[in-house]
Design a protein around this ligand. Structure first.
Ligand code: GLN
Length: 486
């Protein structure tokens, strides 16, 4: 069911928003003790907001697009009066006094916020296992991770605990979990969507974006959250196009580039490779012209990212000092001891690792060798993309080198964990929009994600190609049986 179907049913009175919300709450109560995709439920407020929407529907008012539809929000987006923990002990009791711009926009569009979703602590991770509140499991196979860091936002959509959600993507945290959980996930262009009220990880990379069951729902959420925000000076003041307008237009004549380096990687799973190349052939039958494109610096993305992101994180996370808000170790005598112990006890080990790496990379004597060098390589990566987009409209690659890996499999091996973002990170470094959508299944029945990357502010084109693919591929029809009964 798409949002358009839901709107129809709500309007005709076939279902009420309150019923939709109640059904999701029941389902969460039944399934989430296993999945752990939510950290906080907003049941009472969600039900009363739904009742309010139902009254408006009954009175025949014309309502905004997402009216009455229950959505979930990643727990690094501030929600006024509702706990926002970033899945960290250090923010374990934090109740923001203000609402993030994106959630404010969703509420204004009538959406019902059903709860806050689990994630890797401070969005650092690729498996939702670094959460201080326990891992989220993959609804397709509960012995597998849902991906990360927005694993709760992806798993909750996949398990039909909500109709869509918001996540954040700094190096792949929307697209990789979307791929692992068999849903659509999109990272917009840097500057397209406000980050006001998003708890900062790496400010030159972070973007907020949607998860949904299908491309048109993702387009609808993106439509609502996009645009200039006076509270976020990095948002760009260019008009937001209508993202739904071109969805059903043919992609005949469109040029799609296969990024060759992505397919040569030795860690690329053969099922993933075959499925993504098969998807390219399907796009060809829809009239697109497929060509190979070279982005020689693509594989340098990961090394570059793991200097830049920790550097920015080390600066952003300096604010958790036990003084202003968050966890405080209050049995210490001096300010330094108090701050030091608050951070030692409040942060988990992955966050500490990033702070140490970042502080080191930014320290006098090393800043030129590491941080500055990484910024230079970042420019080269962006130039590769600029060259590619002179030849093609959209780039195509797998979202992740593998399907969902096993719980605990990579948690003690940070390098293996970091490699799972190999194919998503370059779009963040270059600030480009990118989408992941289901394109098939591997031998064990786990979903595979196809990634499309667009030029800056060309979300509409990405969504058009993605939607045409989705309509033609009908991947959902081949959903294999999973070992988690949904
Ligand atoms: N997995 C990557 C990391 O650990 C990306 C995280 C993200 O996009 N928030 O940094």
């Amino acid at each position: 069911m798409t949002f358009a179907d839901l709107r129809q049913k709500l309007k005709s009175g076939e279902v009420s928003s309150k019923e939709l919300v109640q059904e999701k709450i029941n389902r969460i109560k039944e399934l989430d003790p296993i999945l752990n995709s939510f950290l906080t439920l907003n049941s009472d407020r969600a039900l009363s907001n739904a009742e309010y929407i139902d009254k408006q529907i009954a009175s025949g008012d014309s309502l905004p697009t997402l009216s009455g539809i229950p959505l979930a929000i990643k727990d690094n987006l501030c929600t006024k009066g509702i706990k926002t923990t970033c899945a960290s002990k250090i923010l374990g009791d934090f109740v923001p006094p203000y609402e993030s711009t994106v959630t404010k926009k969703l509420l204004k569009a009538g959406a019902i916020m059903i709860g806050k979703t689990n994630m890797d602590e401070f969005a650092m991770g690729s498996s939702t296992e670094t959460s201080a509140f326990g891992p989220t499991l993959n609804p397709w196979n509960i012995s597998k991770v849902p991906g990360g860091s927005s694993g709760g936002s992806a798993a909750s959509v996949a398990a039909e605990l909500c109709f869509g959600s918001l996540g954040s993507d700094t190096g792949g945290s929307i697209r990789q979990p979307a791929s692992f959980c068999g849903v659509v996930g999109m990272k917009p262009t840097y500057g397209r969507v406000s980050r006001w009220g998003l708890i900062a990880f790496a400010s030159s990379l972070d973007q907020v974006g949607p998860f949904a069951n299908n491309v048109s729902d993702a387009a609808e959420i993106l439509q609502v959250i996009s645009g200039k925000d006076d509270f976020d000076s990095t948002t760009v003041d260019i008009p937001v196009p209508n993202y739904l307008e071109n969805l059903s237009k043919s992609i005949k004549g469109m040029k799609i580039g296969l990024i060759d380096t992505c397919f040569q990687h030795e860690g690329l799973d053969s099922d993933v490779k075959d499925s993504v190349l098969g998807s390219a052939s399907l796009l060809e039958t829809l009239g697109a012209e497929i060509m190979n494109v070279s982005c020689p610096r693509f594989n340098d993305g990961i090394a570059t990212y793991y200097v830049i992101a920790p550097s920015e994180a080390s600066a952003n996370l300096a604010r958790y000092d036990g003084v202003k808000y968050g966890f405080r170790a209050d049995d210490e005598q001096t300010l330094i001891e108090m701050t030091s112990k608050s951070r030692a006890l409040g942060f988990g080990s992955e966050v500490k690792r990033r702070i140490l790496i970042g502080t080191y990379a930014l320290s006098a004597g090393y800043v030129d060798a590491y941080y500055k060098k990484a910024q230079q390589v970042r420019t080269l990566i962006r130039r590769d993309f600029d060259e590619a987009f002179k030849k093609v409209d959209v780039l195509l690659a797998p979202t992740a080198p593998t399907t969902a890996f096993g719980s605990g499999e990579n948690i003690d091996n940070p390098m293996a964990m970091y490699l799972s973002d190999l194919l998503t990170i370059p779009a963040n470094l270059a600030g480009l929009p990118a989408i992941s959508l289901p394109c098939g299944f591997d031998k064990s029945g786990l979903p595979i994600g196809l990634q499309l990357i667009g030029n800056v502010f060309e979300e509409a084109k990405l969504l058009q190609v993605a939607n045409q693919f989705e309509q033609a591929a009908e991947v959902y029809k081949n959903r294999p049986k999973t070992d988690f009964t949904l």
